[in-house]
Design a protein. Structure first.
Length: 341
C-alpha cells in the first residue's frame, strides 16, 4: 500500500471493535518497533561510525499490515516516517492525514488506550504524538529528504540548501550554483506537487492539534511548532523556485485553464474513494489557487467522512444533539442506571 491509499486504513476494522485489538505484546508489533529504531553507533579506532539505518520499506510493509489489525497512534506515526523516506513529502502528507483521521474519528477507541487507573490520563498518547517533533527523528529526516533531484547535477536536501545559503562554512558539500542548477532542472509539476504535499501536511497538523485540544484540553496539550515551522521553511524554499504563472486575459474571458480537467473513470464505491477525490480537489486548489481557503475546509470534511450522523451533529451543532436524541427516541450518552430491586 502506498500513502495515497491511507484512507483505506480509516475504515472501521470491525463493527464491535472499530479500532481492533491492542497489539502491545503481539510479536509483529514488537518486530515493528525494533525495525523503526536505527542501530547504535560504534567506535572504529578514533572514529565514530553511524549505526545501521532503518529499512523504511520494510517498516512501511509491517506498519500497513499492523494498521489493518489495530488503529494505533504509534503505528501511524512510524508509518508517516516510513512513507516520508520512501515517497517524499507526498508520503508524509498521507501519514499525517492518517493520524488526523484517527484522532478525529476514533478518539474513544484508539490505541494506545489512556490510563484507566489514573483517571483516563492521556500521557501515553501524547508521548506517541510527541515523536512528530523529535529533532533526532522525523525533523532530521525531513532535513535530509531530497527537495530536488536532477540528472547530471545531483539531489539536494533542505540541509544542503541551508549550508549553501550560509556559504558552506566547513568547505564541504555542494555549492550554491549546484543547488540552484538542480532547482532549475526540476520540472514545475514536481515542485507544485511537493508544495501541495507540504500544504496538506500543515493542514493535517492543524487538525491534529485541534483534536488534542478538544479531547485533552489546553492545559495538557502538546504543540507541534517545531515540525510546523520546519515544514513552512521547506515549503518557502520550494515556492521561491516555482515558476510564476501568467494568465492570458483571453483565458479568463473564455474560462479556459492551462490544464484541462481530468474525467473520473468509474463510480464512487467507498469512503476511501470520497477521500481520494477530496485529496485531488485540495491538490488542484493548492497548485492553482494557493491562497484559497477551500482546502482548509475540505481537510475538515475529510476528517468527517468516517463519522455517523449523530457524531457529525455533535461536531457541527452540539447544542442540537440532545434535541435530536429526544425526537428520535435515542438514549442520551452516559452511565446506564441499573433498576433497583
Amino acid at each position: 500500500m502506498r500513502s495515497a491509499d491511507y484512507a483505506e486504513l480509516l475504515e472501521p476494522i470491525d463493527g464491535a471493535f472499530p479500532c481492533g485489538e491492542p497489539l502491545d505484546y503481539d510479536p509483529g508489533f514488537l518486530e515493528f518497533e525494533r525495525a523503526t529504531r536505527a542501530g547504535p553507533e560504534r567506535q572504529a579506532g578514533d572514529q565514530t561510525v553511524a549505526g545501521e539505518t532503518q529499512d523504511w520499506r520494510h517498516v512501511a510493509e509491517l506498519g500497513v499490515e499492523l494498521a489493518g489489525r489495530s488503529k494505533d497512534i504509534r503505528i501511524a506515526v512510524a508509518l508517516a516516517r516510513a512513507w516520508l523516506a520512501t515517497e517524499g513529502f507526498t508520503g508524509l502528507a498521507g501519514g499525517l492525514s492518517l493520524i488526523a483521521g484517527y484522532l478525529d474519528g476514533y478518539w474513544d477507541e484508539l490505541h494506545p488506550a489512556p490510563d484507566a487507573d489514573d483517571g483516563g490520563d492521556q500521557t501515553i498518547r501524547l508521548n506517541a504524538l510527541a515523536n512528530l517533533r523529535d529533532a533526532a527523528g522525523l525533523l532530521a529526516e525531513i532535513r535530509r529528504i531530497p527537495l530536488v533531484a536532477a540528472r547530471g547535477v545531483g539531489s539536494f536536501a533542505f540541509n544542503d540548501w541551508q549550508a549553501v545559503r550560509h556559504g558552506n562554512p566547513d568547505g564541504e558539500g555542494p555549492t550554491l550554483a549546484q543547488v540552484e542548477g538542480a532547482f532549475g532542472e526540476t520540472g514545475p509539476a514536481a515542485l507544485d506537487e511537493a508544495s501541495a504535499a507540504i500544504a496538506s501536511c500543515l493542514a493535517s497538523l492543524a487538525a491534529i492539534e485541534g483534536s488534542i485540544r478538544t479531547h485533552v484540553g489546553p492545559g495538557d496539550t502538546i504543540r507541534l511548532d517545531p515540525l510546523k515551522d520546519l515544514l513552512a521553511q521547506v515549503k518557502s524554499v520550494i515556492d521561491d523556485h516555482r515558476p510564476r504563472r501568467t494568465v492570458d486575459p483571453a483565458d479568463i474571458e473564455t474560462g479556459r485553464e492551462d490544464d484541462p480537467p481530468q474525467s473520473m473513470t468509474g463510480g464512487i464505491a467507498s469512503r476511501a474513494d470520497v477521500i481520494g477525490l477530496l485529496d485531488r480537489i485540495c491538490q488542484w486548489y493548492r497548485t492553482n489557487e494557493p491562497s484559497s481557503p477551500v482546502p482548509i475546509l475540505l481537510e475538515r470534511a475529510k476528517q468527517m467522512v468516517s463519522r455517523d450522523f449523530l457524531a457529525l451533529l455533535m461536531e457541527l451543532a452540539p447544542d442540537g444533539a440532545p434535541q435530536f436524541r429526544n425526537v428520535a427516541g435515542l438514549r442520551s450518552p452516559g452511565p446506564i442506571e441499573e433498576d433497583e430491586d
